[in-house]
Design a protein around this ligand. Structure first.
Ligand code: SF4
Length: 321
């Protein structure tokens, strides 16, 4: 992490560095749990068919997809992270679907069950959801875990532009997100928003405006930045195959990030700079590289060009006031 006068070593606040500093150098990994919850945009409580870009499988690694019991998912996820990455501590991450889309009692039972497995090695809970599936009672349940764990609440922002969200059949507006952010103003939860860059119809200026919008909310601590990718099984895939539209090439996306990061508030931690989907599901853009090589490509460009997160933030602030 950077500090005033000391830019972060990677040019941006990377999540890996953040975790190492927070947990005294221990190797902390997320273990993904599929709790079998639904999504209100698929089960009819909000809509049908889901967001046009979504195929839930594209965002879920193979292991949780193939195991049902929460205990088995967690034990095997931990074992794999220990074997492959020498993981020492874990964040239990409820990722697929909408992980607050159930009554509070059900949610409590699920979170409690997961956190009771190997508790000595669990340092955090992360819950991915939509803003329209949160209310004061659910927030207070999540906050109860923050007394002894790091608790991340991850919400899809996707786009800040209502017209785009409507076209995406998102069923959750930016206004919904802003309302929930209002409830989280003094919360002990770590708020993370997930954005997607490159939806059809959004110009570069519209994308850069995401930074100004995120910066407005001091309660946002983490961001996950993704480029739009088209995945098999999504409605967008059918549109794309009928009439392909422009998607980011790797160098274009790198250029975009190099413009975006200087505008982003310097205290925000970047959990992710780009999206990744399984090869078998990815339709486009296929950058022909594995995750590690894409990360290196982007990281090197950021360093080579002397990009510093937040270096233009104060001028953005002055312009806005
Ligand atoms: S992106 Fe999230 S909210 Fe949209 S359909 Fe997929 S799981 Fe549901």
């Amino acid at each position: 992490m950077g500090s005033p006068g000391h830019p972060p070593s990677k040019g941006y606040n990377s999540y890996g560095v953040y975790l190492r500093e927070k947990f005294a150098g221990q190797r902390v990994f997320k273990v993904i749990v599929d709790a079998g919850l639904s999504c209100p945009n698929r089960d009819g409580s909000k809509g049908y068919g889901g967001c046009t870009y979504c195929n839930v499988d594209a965002f879920t690694p193979l292991l949780p997809r193939s195991l049902s019991a929460i205990r088995a998912q967690i034990e095997q996820g931990m074992a794999r992270a220990r074997d492959n990455y020498a993981a020492e501590k874990f964040i239990i991450y409820f990722q697929p679907n909408t992980n607050t889309h159930a009554p509070v009692a059900t949610l409590r039972a699920l979170y409690d069950e997961a956190l009771a497995i190997c508790p000595q090695d669990v340092v955090g809970l992360a819950v991915g959801t939509r803003a329209d599936c949160l209310d004061p009672e659910k927030i207070s349940l999540l906050e109860s875990y923050a007394r002894h764990l790091m608790v991340d609440l991850e919400m899809g922002m996707e786009s800040i532009h209502e017209a785009t969200l409507l076209k995406l059949n998102r069923g959750c507006t930016h206004h919904d997100l802003v309302t929930i952010l209002g409830l989280l103003e003094n919360s002990p939860l770590n708020i993370c928003v997930h954005t997607v860059f490159g939806f059809p119809g959004e110009t570069r200026e519209m994308l850069l405006a995401y930074a100004r919008e995120i910066n407005r909310f001091p309660q946002i601590k983490f961001v996950k930045l993704h480029h739009l990718h088209v995945v098999a099984g999504s409605i967008m895939a059918a549109h794309y195959q009928r009439a392909p539209f422009k998607l980011f090439e790797l160098d274009e996306y790198t250029d975009f990030l190099c413009e975006f990061l200087p505008l982003l508030r310097p205290d925000i931690v970047v959990q992710r700079l780009f999206g990744i989907a399984d090869w078998d599901l990815l339709i486009a853009p296929n950058w022909g590289m594995k995750k590690v090589r894409i990360q290196t490509h982007i990281d090197q460009a950021i360093l080579r060009r002397g990009i510093v997160q937040g270096s233009e933030w104060s001028s953005v602030r002055v312009t806005n006031t």
